[in-house]
Design a protein around this ligand. Structure first.
Ligand SMILES: [Zn+2]
Length: 65
């Protein structure tokens, strides 16, 4: 079980969460977290506390064109 903090995109507050992680090798992994702040389900990367949508946005910015 790993504890981590992510920012709720709906309310903009930090939410503490915990997830049981399977070791699935390389690559990013996201866990569905029931948000304690807004009650919705968010996909979060426990390694950096980022939401899936945030990671995709930064990927788009960093992509060399
Ligand atoms: Zn939320």
């Amino acid at each position: 079980m790993r504890n981590f903090i992510f920012r709720c995109p709906a309310l903009g507050v930090n939410v503490q969460a915990s997830a049981a992680l399977r070791d699935c090798g390389e690559g990013r992994r996201y866990v569905g977290q029931r948000c304690a702040a807004c009650g919705n389900l968010h996909l979060v990367n426990p390694d950096n506390g980022k939401l899936l949508a945030e990671d995709l946005a930064s990927d788009a910015q960093n992509r060399p064109d």
